[in-house]
Design a protein around this ligand. Structure first.
Ligand code: ATP
Ligand code: MG
Ligand code: MG
Length: 551
C-alpha cells in the first residue's frame, strides 16, 4: 500500500474506529494549565489533537486544567483561547476542570467508601520520606487504616475549612511497595486556602492533577487522551482511578515525545525566567518561542501547522533544527507575502540628469510569480535611497552593485551609473551622484547592453521612515543548557539589532499589523502590533530570505 497511513497514534485510532471501539467515536482534548502562555511545543499537541479529531470526524475539546489556583490567571486563559483560534482550530466553548469540582468531590468519596482512599495526617515532608525511593520501597502511613466513616468525616471537615493547610491530605490506597512511585498512595486532594479564579472561595481543598485529569477526560467522553511522554509512568494511576470509579467511560492514554527545538528553550518555567529577569521585553517578545511572540514576529498559522505536520509524532525524544521551522515559514511567505522595497541603512543618491521637480509613477508587481495579486505603484524622483551595502568605493570585480563608474539596475525603474562619491570631513561617504538613462525605463537597455546587478531603492521624497527590529536567535548554543550550564548565560547578545532610520516604500504606510511583506533582497518583515504608531511605524524582521546562519 502506498498511501501515507500517518503516525503511530493515527494507526491506533484508525484501528479503534475499525473495531468499533467507543462505537467508532473519536474525541480528543487539548488540556493546558492556564499558568502561562503557549509556546511552539504546545502547537504540536494542539495540532495533533485537533487533527486527529478532524480526520476521524470527531471533536476536540479545549479544556483548561485549572485545578491549582495558586498559579492560574484569567489573562492566560484569554491568551490561550485566542492563540488556539489564531492557529485555526475551533472547539465551541472552552471547558474547565474546575467545572467538575463537585463531581470530583463525589468521586473522591466513592474511593473512600470503597476503602480505596484515606485521609492522611502526615505533614508533606513525612509523606515524601515515607514514599521511599526508586531503589527502596515506601512505608505505609500510620493513618492508612482509618475506617471509611472516619475518612468521610475528616474529608468533609477538610472541605469545610476546619483544618490548616498541610495538616491533612486525601490519598489513594494503592501500594507503597510498587516499583512505580506514582502508585505509592498518591495524594488526591490537598488543603489550599486560596481563592480560585473561577470558583472563588467555594473550595479550600483542590484535587491533584492525576485525579482531575483522568476524571475530566472520562466525564467529557474523551476516547484518546494524548499526552507527552513524561506521563507514561502516570498511566497506571490514570487507569487505576478510572477502573475504580463509576465513570461513564475509560479513555485510553497514549503518550508521544515532546517537541524540542535547538537554539531555544521550551518550558513555561524557563520562559518565565527570561521575562522576569528582563532578558526579553515580555511574553510576546518576538524572539521567544511563545506563540504570541512568534505571531508578533510574523509567523503565520499555516507555517506553524506545516512545521508540526512535517516533524510528525513519535515516541522518541529529539531536538529539531530551528532551520526546519524557518524553512516552513519561508516557504509559506515566499508564496504568499506581497513584495515591497525598503532600505535598512540608507545612502542618498542624487540623479543629476533627472528633472528637479519631476515625480513619476512606476508600476511593479505585488508578487512576481502571482499576477493575480495585482500591481502596486511606486514613485521615482531625483533623490532616492539605496542600501549602504550596495555601494563600494573600491569594489572587487564580482561586485555587481554600485561603485565609481559602475552601472546598475534599480528594481522596476532605470539603469543608473555612479558618477561621483560625496564625502564628509571624516571621509565617510554621505551620498552618491549618479546619472540615469531615460531610455531604460522598466530596467532594460534598448541597445541590449547587459547590466548584471539589480538593487532595491526608495524614493527619498516620498517614503516612510521607520524603525526596524532585526531579530536573531536568542541563544548562542544549539543546546542552551549544554553541559548543565545556566541557559541565561548562553543568551546571544546580538539577538536584537534596532535600526532607527530605515526608509520604506510609501505603500507600507497601509500595512496591517502582523501582515508580512517581503522586502526585496532583504527578507520578510511585518508591522509590529504593539510598538508601532502611525507617525512612528516599527517593523519586525520575521525571517531572512535564506538561512544565513553559520553553524
Ligand atoms: P511546560 O513544561 O512548558 O510548562 P506543560 O506540559 O506543563 O508545559 P501544559 O499547559 O500542561 O504545559 O500543556 C498542555 C499540553 O501541551 C499537555 O498535554 C502537554 O503534554 C503539551 N505540551 C507541552 N509542551 C509540549 C511540547 N514541548 N511538545 C509537545 N507537547 C507539549
Ligand atoms: Mg502540565
Ligand atoms: Mg509545566
Amino acid at each position: 500500500e502506498t498511501i501515507n497511513r500517518g503516525h503511530f497514534i493515527e494507526t491506533i485510532i484508525r484501528q479503534d474506529v475499525a473495531d468499533n471501539k467507543n462505537d467508532g467515536r473519536v474525541a480528543t482534548r487539548f488540556p493546558p494549565e492556564p499558568n502561562g502562555y503557549l509556546h511552539i511545543g504546545h502547537a504540536k499537541s494542539i495540532c495533533l489533537n485537533f487533527n486527529m479529531a478532524q480526520k476521524f470526524s470527531g471533536l476536540c475539546n479545549l479544556r483548561f486544567d485549572d485545578s491549582n489556583p495558586a498559579k492560574e490567571k484569567q489573562i492566560y486563559i484569554d491568551s490561550i483561547e485566542s492563540t488556539v483560534h489564531w492557529l485555526g482550530f475551533d472547539y465551541g466553548s472552552a471547558l474547565f476542570a474546575s467545572d467538575y469540582f463537585d463531581q470530583l468531590y463525589v468521586f473522591a468519596k466513592e474511593l473512600i467508601e470503597k476503602g480505596l482512599a484515606y485521609v492522611c495526617s502526615l505533614p508533606a515532608e513525612e509523606i515524601r520520606a515515607y514514599r521511599g525511593t526508586l531503589t527502596e520501597p515506601g512505608k505505609n502511613s500510620p493513618f492508612r487504616d482509618r475506617s471509611a466513616a472516619e475518612n468521610l468525616d475528616l474529608f468533609s471537615r477538610m472541605k469545610n475549612g476546619e483544618f490548616e493547610e498541610g495538616t491533612h491530605t486525601l490519598r489513594a490506597k494503592i501500594d507503597m511497595a510498587s516499583p512505580n512511585i506514582n502508585l505509592r498512595d498518591p495524594v488526591i486532594y490537598r488543603i489550599k486556602k486560596a481563592p480560585h479564579p473561577r470558583t472563588g472561595d467555594k473550595w479550600c481543598i483542590y484535587p491533584m492533577y492525576d485525579f482531575t485529569h483522568c476524571v475530566s477526560d472520562a466525564l467529557e467522553g474523551i476516547t484518546h487522551s494524548l499526552c507527552s511522554l513524561e506521563f507514561e509512568d502516570h498511566r497506571p494511576l490514570y487507569d487505576w482511578y478510572l477502573d475504580n470509579l463509576s465513570v461513564p467511560c475509560h479513555p485510553q492514554q497514549i503518550e508521544f515525545a515532546r517537541m524540542n527545538i535547538n537554539y531555544t528553550v521550551l518550558s513555561k518555567r524557563k520562559l518565565q525566567l527570561l521575562v522576569d529577569q528582563g532578558h526579553v521585553a515580555g511574553w510576546d517578545d518576538p524572539r521567544l518561542p511563545t506563540l504570541e511572540g512568534m505571531r508578533r514576529r510574523g509567523y503565520t498559522p499555516s507555517a506553524i501547522r506545516k512545521f508540526c505536520d512535517t516533524i510528525g509524532v513519535s515516541k522518541k525524544e529529539s531536538r529539531i533544527d530551528v532551520g526546519l521551522l524557518e524553512s516552513c515559514l519561508r516557504e509559506d511567505l515566499n508564496e504568499n507575502a506581497p513584495r515591497a522595497m525598503g532600505v535598512l541603512r540608507p545612502l542618498k543618491v542624487i540623479i543629476e540628469n533627472y528633472p528637479e521637480d519631476k515625480t513619476e509613477t512606476l508600476t511593479s508587481m505585488v508578487h512576481p510569480q502571482k499576477p493575480e495579486m495585482g500591481t502596486r505603484e511606486i514613485t521615482f524622483s531625483k533623490e532616492i535611497y539605496v542600501e549602504q551595502d550596495d555601494f563600494m568605493e573600491d569594489p572587487p570585480k564580482k561586485f555587481f552593485r554600485l561603485g565609481p563608474g559602475r552601472e546598475v539596475r534599480l528594481r522596476s525603474a532605470y539603469l543608473v551609473t555612479c558618477k561621483q562619491v560625496v564625502k564628509d570631513d571624516q571621509g565617510h561617504v554621505t551620498s552618491l551622484i549618479c546619472t540615469y538613462d531615460p531610455a531604460t525605463k522598466g530596467g532594460n537597455a534598448p541597445d541590449g547592453r547587459k547590466v548584471k546587478g539589480t538593487i532595491h531603492w526608495v524614493d527619498a521624497g516620498n517614503c516612510l521612515s521607520a524603525r526596524v527590529n532585526l531579530y536573531d536567535r536568542l541563544f548562542m548554543d544549539e543546546d542552551p543548557e549544554k553541559g548543565g550550564q545556566d541557559f541565561t548565560q548562553n543568551l546571544n547578545p546580538a539577538s536584537l539589532e534596532i535600526l532607527n532610520d530605515c526608509k520604506l516604500e510609501k505603500n507600507l504606510a497601509h500595512a496591517r499589523p502582523e501582515q508580512v511583506f517581503q522586502f526585496e533582497r532583504l527578507g520578510y518583515f511585518c508591522l509590529d502590533v504593539k510598538d508601532s504608531t502611525s507617525s512612528a511605524p516599527v517593523f519586525n524582521r520575521t525571517v531572512t530570505l535564506r538561512d544565513t546562519w553559520a553553524k
